[in-house]
Design a protein around this ligand. Sequence first.
Ligand code: NAD
Ligand code: MG
Length: 384
Amino acid sequence: MTRTLTILGATGSIGASTLDLIRQSRDQWRVKALTANCQSAELARLAIEFGAELAVVGDESCLPELREALSGTGIAAAGGAQALCDAAATGADVTVAAIVGCAGLAPVMAAVEQGGTLALANKEALVSAGDILMDAVQRHGATLLPTDSEHNAIFQCLQGNAIEDVRWITLTASGGPFREWSHEQLSKATREQALKHPNWDMGAKITVDSATMFNKGLELIEAWHLFPVGLDRLRIVVHPQSVIHSMVEYRDGSTLAQLGPSDMRVPIASCLAWPQRMDTACKPLDLATIGTLSFFAPDEERFPATKLAREAAEAGGAAPAVLNAANEVAVAAFLAGQITFTQISAIVARTLDCALPPAPTSLAEVLAVDGEARQRARMMLEPA
Ligand code: NAD
Ligand code: MG
C-alpha cells in the first residue's frame, strides 16, 4: 500500500535523512509536497527525483528561480508563508515537520488541522505554542509522533505502559563540543568551534543549541508537552556517547531505555513505519566497540540554558515562546559574528527578565509574542 508524504523543510538535515529513507522504499510512498526556505535549485532537484506534486519556497523572492527550474516538469511551484501552510494542508498521510525555528509553527498547525500523522522534528513550534498545538492535535484527531531522538526514545519506552506508572523521564544530552570547557574558554568559543558537534551532523541552529545546551532546554519543554508527567518528573543527564537516547523509569524500579546509533534516520524511520518497523541502512550499534557509557549531572553554572528553560516552563504562559524567540535571535547573531558565545544565554535571560506579555491563547497570539520578543532581543544586540 502506498502512503502520501509531505516534508516541510525538505532541504535541511532532517529533510535529507527522511528522503534517504524514502529513496530505499520508493514504491511505498507518493510525495505530495516538498518545501524549503529558498535553495530553489536543490528543492527542484529533490522534487524531480521524488516526483513531488508541489514544491514550495517560504521566501517568495526565490519563487521565480524555482519556477524556472521546474518548468516543463509538471510539478507545481509556489512561494510565501501562506503557500507553506497550503503545502502542509494537502492532507498527506504523513507530514514530516522539519523546518527550523518558530517559522515552522504555522505550517505545523496547518498540518495538524488536517488530522493526519505529523512526525515532528521542529521542536521550536512545540516550545512556542505547546498547549495550543497539543489541544489542536486532540481536537483534530491528529497523530503526533515525536521525531527528536530523545522524545522518540521516550515515546518508544512508554509503549504498552501507563503514564501514571512513570517515576522519572530522563532526557540524555551529549553535552556538546564544550562540555569540559571553563567559563573563560566558553566566552571565547568561536562559531567554527560551536559548529563542530562531537556526535551528530545537524543544521547550524540546532548545533549551536547543542553547544549552549539550549537544545536540551527546548527539549525539556518539548517533553513537558508531549508526555504529561509534570515538570518535576523530567530530568536531564549528560551522556557524551549519545548511545542511550533517553529513558523512562517506572514506579517498580524498572528503567527502559532506547539505544541506537547517532543517526537521525533511526527515529525518523520509527515515525515513518509506526506502529510497525522498517529496514534502515544505519550502522548497527556495536556496544563492545563503544566500550564505555558515561553519565554526568548537567552543570547549570557554565550552561544556564536548561535552568532558564525549566524556569520558563514553570512560569508558563508566554515565557517559553519568549525564551525560544530570544534564543533564535541570539543564535543568529552569534552565527553572524555579532555576539560572543556566552552572550547567547545572557540575552535569553535578559529578554525573559522583561515584563512578559499575557499568555497567548491562539496561533496568532503566539506569533505576536514571538515577534515582540524578537524585537526586544534584537535591541539587546546593540552595543550599550
Ligand atoms: P536545517 O537548517 O538543516 O534545515 C531547515 C529546513 O527548514 C531547510 O529545508 C530550510 O530551507 C527550511 N527553513 C529554514 N528557515 C525557514 C523559514 N523561515 N521558512 C521556511 N522554511 C525554512 O535544520 P535541521 O537540522 O534539519 O533541523 C530542523 C528541525 O529539526 C529543527 O527544529 C531542529 O531542532 C530539529 N531537529 C533536528 C535534528 C537534526 O539532527 N538535524 C535532530 C532533532 C531535531
Ligand atoms: Mg534531540
